[in-house]
Design a protein. Structure first.
Lengths: 568, 163
């Protein structure tokens, strides 16, 4: 059965009302008008106002209607409230052909409102939620916030979250006297029936949706892929990707389901119009496939996602924010408030964590809701056991076996950005008789390739080929930084990329330099750059070894385990 | 306008040079074992109901073309089909040449695989990968992009029309 919902699609009472219908097997979704073309079996109205606003269309539609009646909220005038109910009674008596069911959140409401409406009102059965032990949460009905437990920072905006998730996690109390509407809402939410998540899982293993943002490089995609691989390997989840990155084919080549999406920038359309589509499409997918969880990796959790998660008809879905640190110091700390929408925040460690000066280290989040925070070891896609041997890697890349060869991996658009540095690198490498191999991002243009310049390769994942090289010059993005340091022991030089949308690569490069793990190419001063390069080529020529920090080779698996355990 | 056309021509030449060397992303999967085929997501078989009206998203013209009346050009889906990549690239080249000289549509490239997404996306084109058949996704695409028609890129045959 398809039920078109009329009213505020994000209203907490409406979310619980719709959950009752979905529990009975219906698909509930918001509609903005009564349209005969819409495939709807019946309508549900979230309030008297919503019903009255389109009563004539509803009566003409000749489809059954369920209307939830509520008591008065503090903001409503008593006389006006009563008048509306009287109008409802009049409309209904004039439309005997309309098949309508009136419902209320509890018996007291049903009895009170029956006196005005003059019709029987059915009490809504308790909503069924999934989850375990519930904590106490305090509702401030005036400020519209909910505080979980005693910690004031564990607060969320009461109207920005799914009340199905809230009622599964907490019993809500209100220290101040509430208006009748809010009192009814809390009583109903607290009276929910709990059951184990496993008993309602639609898929075995459960489905998890991973959301890949359109990053500057492949960092978000790579990290999520590492975890997805482990979830699949251990059969703990079926992972599907909702992917804004143009490198989506990488995910597909790894055997994952991919829903390819375009951003508003890709389409060059107005963000607000595009966001409405994203919200509707996310909500549609959530209703159709009911994933047990959603994992988002990026700095700014999109409103289209959080809105879809609290839309009427959306089942309760756990949101995990995979949030690497090392944000640049000027990054807007307000992004961190998105924690309130999350059930779990996972921060992968960074070798350079002690050099992190970004907001994740100093911003006290005032709104982190009920999110659990976990830190895991640094996550990489490639482990040492995945790597090709030097001989295998050189053969696959078509490189001579004996020649001193250095990898240059400076990121997607490096060749415009680092043109001067590249010129110097090429010139000095030539003098040192070292062959250069340029790793091009699979997303980068090939139009600016110089046929007389160094050989270039475009492979994924690059980490598997690193044994082929006697030296590496690399950008200091999260994955490159950790994989280059941990998977190899050849001379390494970082050339940090400075980009507003990227992490603090400079801090990483300086940290590694101080530790003696690598060199860092100075950002200016040709003579200093020449000196540093001379030192580097010398080390490459001598096949010097450098210290490598240890990376937990099981981190992706541990993260996958944590995720699976929390989502189940 | 003349300057815009020059810029578009420059982009067009870049696109042609990339097409000449085009290769799909080379991915080395960690296991040689093929992954079991799972049921594909088809979230867009119907118009997604929404709490607010879903406005049509106008398709871009792409960076290689200029038109003083771009907004009034019809939104047309161009189906690259299931043919091998080399064939797709060759058909694409013919269309792009025409599009650069005298654009007559705002194209939505439709394909059953993602190989051409990085290239077409980089030059400002809209791209949609469909699953089993494009027919299943037409109701969604028609509303989202205001499509007038879908044509097969190889022979120009009309596969679907809004009229």
């Amino acid at each position: 059965m398809k039920i078109g919902f009329i009213g505020d699609a994000f209203d907490p009472t409406a979310q619980l009302f719709a959950a009752h219908m979905t529990e009975l097997g219906a698909e509930v979704f918001p509609v903005h008008s009564i349209n005969s073309a819409e495939a709807v079996d019946r309508y549900a109205c979230g309030s008297t106002e919503a019903f009255l606003a389109i009563a004539s269309s509803l009566i003409s539609a000749r489809k059954p209607v369920t209307l939830l009646l509520r008591r008065r909220a503090a903001s409503e005038d008593q006389v006006e409230f009563t008048r509306r109910l009287q109008l409802l009674a009049a409309v209904l008596s004039n439309a005997p052909q309309l098949e309508i069911t009136l419902m209320a959140l509890n018996d007291a409401v049903a009895k009170t409102l029956k006196l005005i409406v003059g019709r029987d009102i059915t009490v809504l059965p308790p909503v069924i939620v999934t989850g375990g032990e519930r904590q106490t949460a305090i509702l401030d009905a005036v400020a519209r916030t909910i505080q979980f437990g005693d910690d004031a920072s564990c607060t969320c905006d009461a109207d920005a979250v799914s009340w199905l998730r809230v009622s599964a996690k907490a019993r809500i109390v209100a220290p101040k006297e509430l208006d009748t509407h809010n009192a009814d809402l809390i009583a109903y939410a607290n009276n929910c029936t709990q059951r184990a998540a496993q008993s309602v899982a639609r898929y075995e293993p459960p489905l998890i949706l991973f959301i890949v943002v359109n990053g500057v490089g492949l960092g978000h995609l790579t990290r999520l892929l590492a975890i997805a691989e482990q979830l699949r390997k251990s059969a703990q989840a079926r992972v599907a990707f909702w992917c804004y990155s143009r490198a989506a084919s990488i995910l597909e080549a790894h055997g994952f389901e991919v829903i390819q999406r375009m951003t508003w920038q890709h389409l060059n359309v107005e963000k607000s119009a595009w966001e409405v589509w994203e919200t509707a499409d996310f909500a549609r997918l959530f209703r159709d496939f009911a994933p047990a969880g959603v994992v988002y990796d990026g700095a700014a959790v999109p409103a289209s996602l959080t809105n879809a998660l609290r839309m009427v008809g959306t089942p309760p879905i756990a949101l995990t924010w995979l949030r690497r640190a090392m944000w640049q110091n000027h990054t807007n700390p307000e992004y961190l408030q998105a924690a309130q929408h999350c059930d779990l925040i996972i921060e992968p460690d960074d070798f350079a964590a002690t050099a992190d000066k970004g907001p994740t280290t100093w911003q006290q989040t005032s709104h982190r809701g009920s999110a659990e925070f976990l830190r895991v070891p640094a996550i990489g896609l490639t482990t040492k056991s995945d790597m090709l041997t030097r001989r295998q890697a050189r053969r696959k890349l078509g490189l001579q076996l004996r020649k001193r060869t250095c990898l240059i991996s400076l990121g997607g658009d490096a060749f415009g950005r680092c043109a001067t540095a590249m010129q110097l690198i090429e010139e000095t490498a030539n003098t040192a008789q070292i062959e250069l191999v340029i790793a091009r991002s699979p997303l980068a243009s090939t139009a600016d390739q110089d046929s007389n310049g160094p050989r270039s390769i475009s492979v994924f994942p690059l980490g598997r080929y690193l044994s082929a090289f006697d030296g590496i010059i690399s950008a200091a993005g999260y994955n490159s930084f950790h994989e280059m340091l941990a998977l190899t022991d050849v001379p390494l030089m970082f050339v940090p990329t400075i980009h507003a949308r990227l992490d603090d690569q400079n801090a990483r490069a300086e940290f590694a330099c101080e530790k003696g793990w690598s060199l860092s190419l100075p950002q200016s001063g040709v003579s200093q750059q020449r000196d540093t390069l001379a030192k580097f080529w010398d080390a490459v020529s001598q096949r010097s070894k450098r210290p490598s920090p240890e990376m937990d080779q099981t981190s992706a698996r541990k993260t996958a385990d944590l995720l699976a355990e929390r989502i189940r | 306008m003349a300057q815009n056309q020059e810029l578009a021509d420059l982009k067009f030449r870049l696109l042609l040079s990339e097409l000449r060397e085009f290769k799909a992303i080379s991915v080395l999967t960690p296991t040689a074992t093929p992954q079991p085929k799972q049921r594909a997501f088809l979230p867009h078989t119907e118009i997604a109901p929404s709490p607010t009206a879903l406005a049509t998203l106008p398709l871009p013209l792409g960076d290689i073309a200029v038109s003083s009346h771009a907004a009034s050009l019809p939104a047309i889906g161009l189906n690259l089909g299931h043919s091998p990549l080399d064939t797709q690239v060759s058909r694409l080249r013919d269309f792009l040449l025409e599009h650069n000289q005298e654009p007559f549509v705002r194209p939505l490239f439709l394909a059953s695989n993602l190989s051409l997404l990085p290239l077409l996306g980089r030059f400002g084109f809209a791209f949609h990968r469909y699953h089993e058949s494009v027919q299943q996704e037409i109701p969604y695409l028609a509303v989202r992009y205001g499509l007038h028609q879908i044509r097969a890129l190889d022979k120009g045959m009309v596969e679907w029309s809004a009229l």
